[in-house]
Design a protein around this ligand. Structure first.
Ligand SMILES: Nc1nc2c(ncn2[C@@H]2O[C@H](COP(=O)(O)OP(=O)(O)OP(=O)(O)O)[C@@H](O)[C@H]2O)c(=O)[nH]1
Ligand SMILES: [Mg+2]
Length: 202
């Protein structure tokens, strides 16, 4: 982070999803333009707690400053034993980016639960974007075992997601698109809030 001035932003994307789905990788690959697995989660160690970075993202040709919040929470059980860290992780969210990994069906099955849990701590109309990660593994994994695009789309519709993007932090495929879709939804949402306030005051 480049000092306090850069940290002052009212736009925040909060990344959620079970452990190991690749949240930190998305953020780091997007920021640096390259995938580096050396500092990432290895199941037992190096899990991310909460980490904020600040990044410019373009929406319709305009550059906006975003706070990107990396989180972790593996299960409901963890929520109840983690000193209720999750509500704090969700604080100040403008748009929720809910992630699952295509090679990890359990992460897909838990996503609904995660979104509902996060929504409990967010204003009701907070935009949500669903991001399927690690699509490079589709080529390597046995056919049928990965979560398909159709399944992802169906779940996104069920969850009323504003957007659904499948991407890979490793290959970079659709990575930019995932951030831009989330940023677009957040900017739109913020301007709707401002407009509502303006109408209420005048
Ligand atoms: N093949 C492939 N592996 C990936 C990709 N993204 C992340 N990984 C691997 O998946 C593992 C977990 O990645 P992280 O980014 O640490 O996942 P996380 O969701 O931040 O994990 P926690 O912080 O524990 O919640 C690491 O071993 C990464 O190298 C990807 O796009 N493709
Ligand atoms: Mg992480």
């Amino acid at each position: 982070m480049e000092g306090n001035r850069r940290a002052a932003t009212d736009l925040q994307l909060t990344f959620i999803g079970v452990r190991h789905v690749g949240k930190t990788s998305l953020l780091r690959s997007y920021k640096s333009g390259r995938f580096d697995s050396s500092q990432l989660s290895d199941d037992q160690q190096r899990i991310t707690i909460t980490e904020d970075t600040v990044q410019d993202i373009q929406v319709d040709g305009i550059s906006y400053l975003f706070r990107l919040r990396d989180t972790f929470l593996n299960s409901f059980d963890e929520y109840f034993t983690s000193e209720r860290l999750f509500p704090l992780q969700c604080l100040n969210t403008t748009a929720l980016v809910a992630c699952y990994a295509v090679d990890d069906r359990a992460s897909f099955m838990k996503l609904r639960e995660f979104i509902l849990l996060a929504s409990h701590f967010l204003p009701p109309d907070t935009p949500r974007i669903i991001v399927a990660t690690k699509i490079d593994l589709r080529d390597l994994t046995e056919t049928n075992s990965c979560v398909s695009t159709a399944e992802g789309r169906a779940m996104s519709r069920q969850m009323n997601a504003n957007a659904f993007v499948e991407c890979s932090a490793l290959s970079g495929q659709n990575l930019r698109q995932a951030f831009e879709e989330a940023a677009k939804a957040a900017v739109k949402h913020r301007s709707q809030i401002k407009e509502k306030k303006r109408c209420t005051i005048s």
